[in-house]
Design a protein around this ligand. Structure first.
Ligand code: FMN
Length: 214
């Protein structure tokens, strides 16, 4: 049974662009047949706490001899890792918050990126290697090459680094930019560009949701 892990992190429960896009991905996935199942993790409604203990960044066998990790925290981390392991495809809503990731999404990433467990350290194991992950990035402004914001997107690069480079997952990024064109007067002239970006993102998400993991 192909399984999708559908992750959201937007704090906007009314008109979120990333939630719209990840939801469209999940709907397209489900429409492929009853065997296409979805597990949802909403990091805003049900936040993962900050990583409570630096030793949880390491597999148990790699921790310092005096490390004593809280069993509940270890169990939580194991559950989050198992959820990704069980998924054939992962879709992540990643809004830009202050040029970076929502802290809820960062806390989830901090639980998942574990030396010797999900990334190679003393062994070459990379259990998530090749697993498709779609990062849906929504941002109020534009960070396209040649714009004043170019080079200041610190949302997508860390996700590419952690999920793609370090964990070896097959990352696809879908971007919806200028989502605040209707709200911020200075961006109003870019409304058409915003609409084009949104509809291109919807098209890409539909294509990916209908093809990945089959
Ligand atoms: C706390 C916060 C910080 C934000 N910081 C930025 C920012 O640095 N750059 C930007 O372009 N937009 C910023 N925005 C706007 C969001 O990126 C934009 O509204 C986006 O659509 C959010 O995703 P969502 O629609 O899925 O909630 C911020 C929004 C919030 C709530």
């Amino acid at each position: 049974m192909p399984q999708l892990l559908h992750v959201d992190s937007s704090a906007n429960l009314v008109s979120s662009v990333s939630r719209d896009l990840t939801g469209l991905f999940a709907d397209t996935w489900r429409a492929r047949g009853p065997e296409f199942t979805v597990v949802a993790r909403d990091l805003h409604r049900d936040p993962v706490p900050h990583l409570p203990d630096a030793e949880l960044h390491y597999a148990a066998r790699l921790r310092t001899p005096d490390a004593t990790s809280d069993p509940a925290a270890e169990a939580r981390q194991a559950e989050l890792i198992a959820e990704v392991a069980a998924a054939d495809v992962v879709v992540i809503g990643a809004p830009m918050y202050n040029w970076s990731l929502p802290s809820t999404l960062k806390a989830w990433i901090d639980h998942l990126h574990v030396l010797g467990t999900t990334v190679p350290f003393d062994t070459a194991d990379q259990p998530f290697a090749g697993k498709p992950v779609v990062v849906v990035s929504s941002r109020g402004n534009t960070y396209a090459p040649g714009t004043p914001g170019a080079g200041t997107d610190f949302t997508v690069p860390p996700l590419q680094q952690v999920l793609g480079v370090s964990m070896g997952m097959a990352v696809t990024v879908v971007t919806a930019e200028l989502t605040l064109a209707e709200r911020i007067p200075v961006l109003a002239p870019l409304k058409e560009q915003a609409d084009a970006s949104r509809s291109a993102a919807r098209h890409t998400v539909r294509t990916l949701g209908g093809t990945l993991g089959g």
